[in-house]
Design a protein around this ligand. Structure first.
Ligand code: VG1
Ligand code: CO
Length: 564
């Protein structure tokens, strides 16, 4: 039977513009009549003629409203002439798995249904992100085009009679006829392709020996926390089934829940406190790991919850790539980090004679460099690490990379870090987040800072706190020229650069769904004194950062919501 599509009249909604990583709003906003439909149609409108006969990947972290959104996508895509949708079973695909599928199935792109580390459930956040042919997040010019479409949309195409009920629950291929054309929905195993990729990159045999132990070497005891997010299904397949980890003692919260069990699925010391407590309480654990909702972020801690900053994690991986088979085979090109990320990896790049890039916050800025063959490994201070095996950051990849290094070096995480600092010195780093600040107050604070830039007001000025003094050498608002397509991205964060190389960065988050989140990044390099407590070490700079920005005065906040 052929199904007929219809044209549904609609009106534009305000504010359908992507932030750092897709459109993120409260679930109740996505539930408004036509809201989700409009946005999906506008993605397809932006793709234009390419959409007819195309294949798209669809999946996400399984958060509340995913199923409804997938049903909408099926009905709108079919009506617009898309030939095929490849959907993860139950709608589950981690963000890295989507990136991989787009690449290995050689399709036009993918729609990722996630608000990542933002909380989920009916009262919380939902998100939609489009990834392009290379598997990476759509670049700014694309998301700007989508936004322009959302401002003038008058109708969308829809196939109302296409029966989607339970369609994504069962593996298999379903063929429909819409307006006389075949339209296929293929429901695939969420993990198969991704597991295959990981097996090509890493030596699973060695890693299994590490996890299980041998007669000569005790088992390396990990505790992996999926925080009730989508990585649970991958953790079970990879760590339990392939690498022999114990389902009872080595993994927890590995069943994806649509509200993440009402926790904030953000792997940092505050929101992954359960993991930190468990590792602290049980010294038998050698490593603790947590992921975010959609599986692109990772946090690594060692025995007794020894914390590895993501900036250091990146540098250590960069310094040890030779123990990962993928890099032996493909060679190592350049390295990159987002601007607020501490420069630990820069020192490794210098020593190894690799190109080093500093890009704005957000993974979309790494894609061009990877496609041009200039970038192998990159990361962000926000718990994102990844390589050119795909075009998204990849939490599970990062953990397998760490395990490969540990297997190779036969050292504890803490000792690996200490060895690294002894060679390279240490970038002490901390980030203060002030979440859900009143937008107006946050804007005023940023204006106040920009005013210093405009007037050169701070250059040459010294600030002191707790007996330490810092002199401002330079101040700017970071802007980036893409070395490949020469596009310019401005206003990516106010930087105060001191003459000893220490640094303060201020920016507003682009992933929140209400109010504003102010992020203050504090970074200071020490050549010799590498074993101090980071918070103690950075206290003076933090105080100076608060003084310069007058954050308390503008926002009324005495303390940050999260310190990393
Ligand atoms: C945050 C992080 C950024 C990351 C982005 C998406 O953005 O700071 O480094 O790329 O989240 O990560 P912002 O604009 O809120 O600072 V995810 O795992 O939320 O897709
Ligand atoms: Co994420």
């Amino acid at each position: 039977m052929s199904l007929a599509s219809v044209i549904v009249e609609t009106k534009p909604f305000e504010g359908q513009n992507a932030g750092t990583s897709g459109l993120r709003k409260k679930v109740k906003v996505f539930m408004e009549k036509h809201y989700t439909e409009n946005f999906i149609q506008c993605i397809l409108n932006t793709l234009g003629d390419k959409i007819v006969g195309s294949t798209l990947i669809v999946g996400g972290d399984g958060r509340y409203f995913s199923k409804q959104a997938i049903n909408t996508i099926i009905r709108i895509a079919s009506a617009n002439g898309v030939s095929k949708l490849i959907i993860g079973q139950l709608g589950l695909l981690s963000t890295p798995a989507v990136s991989n599928l787009i690449r290995n199935q050689k399709v036009l792109g993918g729609i990722v249904l996630t608000a990542s580390h933002n909380p989920g459930g009916i009262r919380h956040d939902f998100g939609i992100k489009y990834n392009i042919e290379n598997g990476g997040p759509a670049p700014t010019h694309f998301t700007n085009d989508v936004y322009e479409h959302t401002k003038k949309i008058t109708s969308y195409k829809f196939t109302p009679k296409l029966e989607t009920d339970r369609l994504i629950d069962v593996l298999g291929t379903n063929t429909f006829n819409v307006d006389g054309r075949d339209f296929v929905v293929e429901v695939i195993d969420s993990t198969a392709d991704y597991v295959k990729l990981m097996k090509e990159i890493f030596d699973f045999k060695k890693l299994r020996t590490l996890i299980r132990g041998t007669e000569q070497r005790a088992a390396f005891n990990v505790l992996i926390d999926s925080m009730n997010g989508v990585t649970g299904v991958y953790v079970r397949r990879i760590f339990v089934e392939e690498l022999g980890a114990s389902p009872d003692n080595n993994v927890f919260r590995i069943v994806p829940l649509d509200n993440f069990g009402e926790i904030h699925p953000d792997p940092n010391l505050v929101y992954a406190k359960d993991l930190v407590d468990k590792i602290q309480a049980n010294p038998a654990y050698d490593m603790g790991v947590a992921f975010d909702g959609d599986g692109d972020r990772n946090m690594i801690i060692g025995k007794n919850a020894f914390f590895v900053t993501p900036s250091d994690s990146l540098a250590v991986i960069a310094n040890n790539l030779e123990c990962i088979p993928y890099f032996k085979k493909h060679g190592v090109r350049g390295f990159a980090r987002s601007m607020p990320t501490a420069a630990a990896v820069d020192r490794v790049a210098e020593k190894l004679g690799k190109e080093m890039f500093e890009v704005p916050t957000g993974w979309k800025f790494f894609g061009n460099l990877m496609d041009a063959g200039r970038l192998s490994l990159c990361g962000e201070e926000s718990f994102g690490t990844g390589s050119d095996h795909i075009r998204e950051k990849d939490g599970i990849w990062a953990v397998l990379a760490w395990l490969s290094i540990i297997e190779h070096k036969n050292m504890s995480i803490e000792d690996i870090l200490k060895e690294h600092w002894n060679i390279y010195g240490r970038n002490y780093f901390t980030r203060y987040d002030y979440e859900e600040v009143e937008s107006d107050a946050a804007d005023k604070m940023m204006k106040h800072l920009e005013n210093f830039i405009a007037t050169d007001g701070l250059i040459g000025k010294s600030f002191s706190s707790n007996g330490k003094s810092y002199k401002v050498a330079k101040m700017d608002n970071f802007s980036y020229v893409d070395p490949i397509d020469h596009s310019v991205t401005k206003n990516q964060g106010v930087r105060v650069l001191f003459d000893d190389g220490s640094r303060l960065v201020y920016r507003l988050s682009g992933t929140g769904s209400s109010g504003a989140t102010i992020r203050v990044y504090i970074d200071s390099y020490e050549k010799k004194d590498v074993l101090s407590d980071a918070q103690e070490m950075l206290k003076p700079l933090v105080n100076i950062g608060l003084e310069i920005s007058q954050l308390k005065q503008f926002t009324g906040r005495d303390a940050p919501t999260v310190i990393t």
